[in-house]
Design a protein around this ligand. Structure first.
Ligand SMILES: *Cc1c(COP(=O)(O)O)cnc(C)c1O
Length: 235
């Protein structure tokens, strides 16, 4: 893979393989593969590779770095991809995010959610939001502690131009499937508890290249997959 030029990477074949993994993981737990949205994480990858994925009928794309993303969004606008902002959000970046993305996956402060709502351009559908949860309590990780999520969810529910869709997590890497499933199961339980208290969230954004099967087994509705589709990142 290291000798492959970025533009030559066979995105179509890689996408087919990832779709097969998703279908197999869904069938293993009697889920409909169509209930799982594949978000192709194109961060650091050139627009030409995103175009190849679009050619292969991929529609949802995830980006972490705003400036890099905005250039791609502009150059591919006529292809109408659906863009997901999955990175950490600084408050001086909310205006561009609110106008260029359909989803934001990593909200962990009300201030950010309120700015995104205030800055969502008139005439656009509400911006879909997920709250990022630090589900396994790792010190280095962004995201809210599970016991803080209810308060933020209640606050976000009062905003006009965003829609609270669900929860997102990036658990610590683990090798064996049982260990991978534990934090995903905890996120699923947290969503269920919030919905039992009046929310109507339908999204669990969890699972990446290395653990998408475990996430799907625990109910993931959105898997965010980069490396397995676009190849290893050097940046
Ligand atoms: C980079 C990234 C991914 C994709 O990770 P891979 O291991 O390359 O599949 C998913 N989610 C987030 C938040 C990321 O930053």
């Amino acid at each position: 893979m290291t000798t492959t030029q970025p533009d030559d990477f066979d995105v179509a074949t890689a996408l087919t393989q990832v779709r097969e993994r998703i279908a197999a993981a869904a069938h293993a737990v009697d889920r409909d593969p169509a209930s799982i949205t594949l978000v192709a994480v194109s961060k650091t990858k050139p627009a030409a590779l995103v175009a190849k994925a679009l050619d292969a009928d991929q529609r949802d794309f995830g980006e972490n770095y705003l400036q890099d993303a905005l250039a791609k969004i502009e150059s591919l606008a006529d292809r109408e991809p659906l863009w997901h902002f999955i990175g950490d959000i600084q408050s001086n970046k909310t205006r561009d995010i609110a106008s260029s993305f359909a989803w934001v996956h990593a909200v962990d402060r009300f201030k950010i959610a309120r700015r995104l709502s205030d800055q969502r351009p008139e005439g656009m559908a509400p911006l879909n939001l997920c709250i990022q949860v630090n589900i396994d309590g790792e010190d280095s990780k962004s995201g809210l502690a599970p016991e803080q999520v209810a308060e933020l969810a209640d606050q976000i529910a009062t905003l006009d131009n965003v829609k609270l869709r669900g929860l997102m997590a990036i658990p610590a890497p683990a090798d064996d499937p049982e260990a991978q499933r534990r934090p995903f199961a905890a996120l699923r339980t947290l969503l269920k508890d919030l919905n039992a208290n009046g929310h109507t969230m339908d999204t669990l954004s969890m699972g990446m290249s290395a653990d998408l099967e475990a996430a799907i087994a625990e109910g993931a509705t959105h898997v965010r997959v980069g490396t397995a589709i676009f190849g290893a990142r050097t940046a």
